[in-house]
Design a protein around this ligand. Structure first.
Ligand code: FPP
Length: 238
């Protein structure tokens, strides 16, 4: 199908997977895979926006990822610091709005500071909306949302009878962001791994064996072609 004939999903979510295996195949250390994975994120942001994607959400670091060896966690945090730093420039150039999903209180102070600065500096940008999930777990997000909601009930700012799905959405990290239309997971794994469980109730899933650092525009187009072959059924019970 020609690119111009395709329906482009408004929101694409990606579980970046396979950095470690990609590096191993090249006899390189895992952290090299993460570095290249981070570059692939930068490239896909540009490609996705050029083809008409408005929202892109990437799963960069989960609440479970802290269990990895300290050396690897430290290297990923360093990459995230660099990423946040360079995003200040690229977001300005590309008119991109960046938001971070996840429990920011669990991150080191300098990273939280960088996140706040980046979110503030890009909040009026009207190009691609990029969400980066860091220290993110969907169950953790739901628990945090329930705690915040409970506090508001206690303060009488909301009544239990008025709680509905829309109210609940206001307490999620993704407040104001439409649900993903398409989820892509690379490296052949077919799991959600605690990613956007609430938000992906009706999302189409696309799995590919390609390892994340090799994922490029061509692979993105394959995912979008797959998406075009699906019948979207909102609210249908399967
Ligand atoms: C996935 O591969 C790697 C992660 C989920 C951790 C870190 C992600 C990045 C460094 C990407 C960079 C993103 C940004 C925004 C800077 P894996 O280690 O699980 O690979 P494996 O399954 O082959 O071991």
């Amino acid at each position: 199908m020609q690119e111009q004939e395709l329906i482009i999903p408004n929101h694409v979510a990606i579980i970046l997977d396979g950095n470690g295996r990609w590096a191993k195949k090249k006899n390189m250390p895992r952290n090299y895979g993460h570095t290249q994975g981070s570059k692939a994120v930068e490239r896909i942001c540009e490609d996705a926006y050029k083809i008409g994607v408005k929202y892109l959400t990437v799963y960069a670091f989960s609440t479970e990822n802290w269990k990895r060896p300290k050396e690897e966690v430290d290297a990923i945090m360093k990459l995230l610091r660099n990423y946040l730093q360079t995003s200040m420039k690229t977001a300005k150039k590309n008119n991109m709005r960046v938001r971070i999903l996840g429990d920011k209180s669990g991150l080191s102070e300098d990273i939280t500071k960088k996140i706040n600065e980046l979110e503030e500096a890009t909040k009026n940008n009207t190009g691609l909306n990029l969400q980066v999930a860091i220290n993110y777990g969907s169950r953790d997000e739901i628990v945090r949302a329930i705690k915040a909601l409970s506090l508001d009930i206690k303060k009488n700012t909301i009544e239990i009878n008025n709680i509905d799905e829309t109210v609940m959405e206001n307490y999620m990290d993704t407040k104001g962001i439409p649900d993903p239309d398409l989820l892509i997971r690379t490296s052949g794994e077919k799991r959600l791994s605690n990613f956007l469980l609430w938000q992906m109730a009706y999302t189409e899933f696309y799995f590919t064996d390609v390892l994340w650092p090799d994922f490029d525009k061509k692979e993105l187009m394959k995912a979008i072609e797959y998406y075009n072959g699906r019948t979207r059924k909102f609210g249908a019970i399967y």
